[in-house]
Design a protein around this ligand. Structure first.
Ligand code: GTP
Ligand code: MG
Length: 460
């Protein structure tokens, strides 16, 4: 399918592309792209997921791939689903298909061909040769987006690390367009249009250096965070599929101006901001990077520290775009990433599920979704856009926290002064008395996450 008129193909994305060009500071097109979504037959999916999202329709996956490519300003000149009845180890697609697509590529002359699945390094090289074009797979594409989005030093380091680890096994040609656009890190190989020899040893050295630098940046940030946590405000973290509306909800609840757009992976770096709940208690909201199906494992690994920190929150709010046709699959993907990050069951019980974007539903559907949410514990239907339901979410967070904070009596020995100081920073110390031996008897109210940390501190 050649896209003659993009608005027929993807109304939302096309509309967005217009909006984007109207945005000040947005870049021109990063080049032209063709996207192929390899639709693996059912029996193959079980053995080799090839990057295909479970339970998703190929059309929805193709749509998502187009939106991913548009997230780095690529101009999509053709997008199609390519059936793969049998996976060929050398080229993924069968030889007839490869030749047919080669003719199409020669005809359209894109700057890049995106295969929205997983390509082995060999498949990638062979396809590049057969098509005389630069080829990247889904992981490569997502890494590119993250590279373009990274704003903080930590974010940039994490992405570069993920990219280098991914590339260690593949020597790829440069894609100079993107490199110029990004004006920075140059992940996609070095300069020049020809296949270059990337010295593995050099990459490994760079990885070691990056990891060290990342450690340093993290330590500095941790000390800043310690400073921020002097007052024991509970942290409420938003998680969810990319484009679910986390940043919009964050902005609405905190009156912040975080970048929120109809753009996949609009947010990369975490942001935190304090807010007073209706019950008067202060909490800190945290917005962070969204998830996606088949999130590259290199990326999960590189972002682990950031994500774990965010997920060590007192309450996790899972924001879902309930108006999205693939909302159920997106929820599954998010839960899988959380699992990969080792989010334990007790923490899952701190999770509130938000059914966002109810303003986009028909009256009947909105009533149905709102009723479903009401029947479930810790679930709420709202619209971050209109604000409907947002106050109810704040009250629900307040109730959730109140139910969780535990009142407890503690006795600290005279030599546990450091723990006492820690308690003043991380819990609500309500009373303190000393006995004749210098032991401190306290009554404190503490959140479950801080209580777990306290147990660890005292066990040392
Ligand atoms: N109609 C409607 N649109 C919404 C609502 N919430 C968010 N949006 C839109 O959805 C798009 C994505 O919103 P974001 O807040 O950037 O989503 P996000 O979850 O932060 O996305 P990432 O940062 O990419 O993970 C934007 O165009 C928002 O205007 C809502 O309640 N109703
Ligand atoms: Mg966001």
């Amino acid at each position: 399918m050649r896209i003659e008129d993009k608005s027929d193909f993807l109304p939302v994305a096309a509309e967005q592309a217009e909006k984007q060009t109207a945005q000040p500071g947005t870049r021109d097109s990063a080049g032209t792209a063709i996207i192929f979504y390899p639709d693996l037959c059912r029996q193959d999916k079980a053995q080799n997921d090839g990057g295909t999202g479970r339970g998703r329709s190929p059309a929805a996956r193709l749509d998502e791939a187009v939106r991913l490519a548009e997230a780095i300003n690529l101009q999509i000149i053709h997008a199609d689903i390519v059936p793969v009845p049998k996976i060929r180890p050398a080229t993924l697609f069968g030889s007839g298909k490869v030749a047919e697509l080669a003719r199409l590529i020669a005809d359209l002359c894109p700057d890049i061909v995106i295969v929205d699945g997983t390509l082995t390094p060999g498949q990638q090289r062979n396809l590049e040769r057969a098509w005389s074009a630069k080829v990247i797979d889904r992981t490569g594409l997502i890494l590119e987006i993250f590279g373009a989005r990274a704003r903080t030093r930590e974010g940039s380091l994490q992405v570069e690390l993920a990219h280098l680890t991914y590339q260690r096994s593949r020597l790829v040609r440069s894609w100079t367009h993107l490199e110029r656009q990004r004006g920075g890190l140059g992940f996609v190989g070095g300069p020049g249009e020809t296949q270059i020899e990337v010295d593995r040893r050099l990459i490994s050295e760079r990885i070691t250096k990056l990891s060290r630098e990342l450690d340093k940046v993290r330590k500095t940030r941790e000390s800043h965070r310690e400073g921020r946590r002097k007052t024991p405000f509970p942290i409420i973290a938003f998680v969810g599929y990319t484009n679910a509306g986390k940043s919009t909800l964050f902005n609405r609840l905190t009156q912040a101006q975080v970048f929120a757009q109809d753009l996949l992976f609009a947010t990369l770096d975490p942001t935190m901001r304090g807010v007073d709940l209706p019950n008067g208690n202060r909490v800190i909201f945290s917005d962070t990077v969204g998830f996606i199906s088949d999130l590259p494992t290199h990326l999960v690994a590189a972002f682990r520290a950031t994500l774990e920190e965010v997920l060590a929150a007192d309450v996790i709010v899972h924001v879902r775009d309930i108006s999205h046709p693939e909302s159920a699959q997106q929820k599954q993907d998010v839960l899988e990433v959380l699992e990969e990050l080792g989010i334990s069951d007790p923490q899952r019980q701190n999770m509130i599920e938000v059914h966002n974007k109810i303003d986009l539903l028909s009256d009947e559907k909105r009533r149905e979704i709102t009723n479903i949410a009401k029947r479930q514990d810790r679930c709420i239907a709202l619209s971050a856009f209109t604000g409907q339901g947002c106050d109810a979410l704040l009250s629900m967070i307040g109730r959730q926290l109140a139910a969780e904070w535990r009142q407890c009596a503690l006795t600290l020995a005279a030599d546990e002064g450091a723990i006492l100081a820690w308690l003043y920073r991380h819990a609500d110390v309500q009373s303190l008395d000393y006995d004749d031996e210098g032991n401190a008897h306290l009554s404190v109210s503490i959140s479950p996450s801080e209580e777990a940390k306290l147990d660890k501190l005292r066990a040392r």
